[in-house]
Structures are given as C-alpha cells and as structure tokens.
Write a protein that binds this ligand. Structure first.
Ligand SMILES: [Zn+2]
Ligand SMILES: [Zn+2]
Length: 139
C-alpha cells in the first residue's frame, strides 16, 4: 500500500475526527516528512478531506489537522455544504443563506397565517356584537 492510501484509509476509518500530521505519522509508523508529502495528494483526491485548524482528536493539541468529513448536502438546495458554510437545524444541514431564505419564508407564512387568524377573530367578534345588538350601526 502506498502511503497516500494508508493516510486516506486511516482518515476514512476515523470520519469527522481531525488528526494532526504528527499523530498520523505515529499511527502509520511513517516519518512526518512522508506524511506531509502524502497529505496534499490525499486532500486533492477528494473534497471529503479537509484541512482544519482545530484540536487533534488523538493528541488533543490545537493545531492544523486533516479530517475525513464526507460531503453533507443542504436540505434545501441539495448542494454540498462545506463545514464552515453549514448550519445544522433540527437534524438537517443547510447553507447559511439557504437557512436565512427558509427562515424568512417561514416568517412570511407565519405572518400570513396570523393575518388570516386576526381577520377571523375580528369577523367573529363583529358577528357577536351584531347579534347582541350592543353595537348598532352608526346613524
Ligand atoms: Zn495529534
Ligand atoms: Zn443550500
């Protein structure tokens, strides 16, 4: 197996677990240099691999890590969501802008419903008042 295969196999085996270069080297019993040479090839091979400045899940150090994070699709537009552009709501993932659109659509739907409801309430209270004869029409 090529070192790039080893690196990608390691990362795939630990999806969503960022690893620093050093931990990858230690796990694979390879030199740091060899791993650093292999990583760009792995990163280029698929959009599912990403460089992230975060905490390594193996050694706990905050550093530059590499992670296998399989592509997530936006629930609204079904295009791929890159982790920093995504927002997770109710178990679904959206682009920030898609979520904003969705939220304003929701707000419009709600206010329409509200308007309908308030018209209904006004109509009923008018009927009630007319029925009681307590609100005779002016004139
Ligand atoms: Zn590490
Ligand atoms: Zn989207």
């Amino acid at each position: 197996m090529d070192i790039t295969d080893l690196v990608s196999a390691l990362l795939r085996g630990a999806a969503d677990e960022p690893r620093c270069d050093r931990c990858i080297a230690v796990t694979l019993r390879e030199t740091l240099t060899a791993v650093r040479r292999a990583l760009p090839i792995v990163l280029d091979s698929s959009n599912d691999y990403a460089r992230r400045a975060t905490r390594c899940t193996a050694c706990g150090e905050s550093t530059v890590t590499v992670v296998y994070a399989p592509a997530v699709k936006c629930t609204r537009c079904s295009r791929t969501v890159a982790p920093p552009d995504g927002i997770s709501e109710h178990g679904d993932v959206f682009h920030h802008h898609c979520w904003d659109v969705l939220r304003s659509e929701l707000r419009i739907a709600n206010s329409r419903q509200l308007a309908r409801l308030s018209r209904e309430v006004v109509r009923r209270s008018r009927e009630r008042l007319d029925g009681n004869g307590q609100n005779p029409p002016a004139r």
